[in-house]
Design a protein around this ligand. Structure first.
Ligand SMILES: C[S@@+](CC[C@H](N)C(=O)[O-])C[C@H]1O[C@@H](n2cnc3c(N)ncnc32)[C@H](O)[C@@H]1O
Length: 258
């Protein structure tokens, strides 16, 4: 496996490998949940479950990193023989990382995805009959507003944390994301921070706490209300009540963070 000047591999709780970034002083995944487990339980399973009725999905995977969310999406679709076609768009600043991933020690679940991993490392693009993937190299704050669509069905908001990478969590960032979303888009994120909830709420998202089996709670946001009972473990967050109880609560804002 490739070595990096600013990152080193760590084995996570479910046995899958992630990286630790000394630049951001943070691991790419929750080491307690496990890289693959986190990707499946907090992002892929709830999002695909809620959007299962669609025969085509456009997914924004923020940000590509090691590609677990993109690859776990394909893994899930193939494992369950889903017929939906999918287009995944994924911003990433670190081109050298993406180029190196052909040699990354992924879990056996991704063994059949080797041709996908190799094509993405080489071309930043992959395409077959069911699935198209584009990695958008550059600063997501610049590349995302240029995506020519307003029909994103699923957003995996999986940047480094609001403390480590605040510009990926501001009110203005979520305004850019929201502008690309379909009326019934689903956004998943591991961050349940008050500032994250506020930024999403201020952009008109409905918010839900999600309690996946076996891992910590996470957040599901939706462009329009989700009917109760559609996904086990989902609990609506009454943001007006939260704001009444904590009027000081504030979203992160561009211009106030770097
Ligand atoms: C927590 S990791 C993403 C993990 C990834 N979802 C996965 O499953 O492997 C965050 C990623 O965001 C990238 N990043 C940080 N700032 C960025 C920016 N402004 N634009 C695009 N990518 C960025 C980092 O290089 C890193 O790869």
């Amino acid at each position: 496996m490739q070595t990096y000047p600013d990152k080193h591999p760590i084995r996570t709780e479910d046995g899958t490998l992630t990286l630790y970034s000394s630049t951001y002083d943070q691991a790419y995944h929750s080491t307690q949940a496990g890289a693959l487990t986190e990707s499946l339980t907090k992002h892929v399973l709830p999002a695909l479950h809620l959007q299962h009725a669609k025969d085509h999905l456009t997914i924004l995977d923020i940000n590509y990193g090691l590609g677990y969310n993109t690859l776990a999406t394909l893994y899930h679709i193939r494992k369950h023989h889903l017929e939906t076609t999918v287009h995944i768009l994924s911003p990433e600043l670190d081109e050298a990382l993406v180029r190196s991933l052909k040699d990354f020690d992924y879990p056996p679940e991704f063994d059949t995805l080797k041709p996908v991993i190799e094509a993405l490392s080489r071309d930043l693009h992959y395409e077959d009959k069911q699935c198209t993937i584009d990695i958008l190299i550059g600063d997501a704050r610049k590349t995302v507003p240029q995506i020519p669509t307003s029909t994103i069905d699923i957003v995996y908001q999986d940047a480094f944390s609001p403390q480590a990478n605040p510009l990926m969590w501001t009110r203005e960032w979520f305004a850019d994301v929201r502008a690309l979303c379909a009326e019934d888009a689903i956004l998943t994120t591991y961050s349940t921070a008050a500032a994250t909830r506020m930024a999403l709420h201020e952009n008109g998202f409905e918010l839900y706490e999600y309690h996946p089996e076996g891992t910590r709670r996470s957040l599901v946001a939706s462009s329009s209300p989700i009917e109760m009972g559609r996904l086990d473990g989902l609990e609506w967050i009454d943001m007006e009540l939260k704001i009444k109880r904590n009027p000081e609560g504030r979203s992160l804002r561009d211009g106030e963070v770097v």
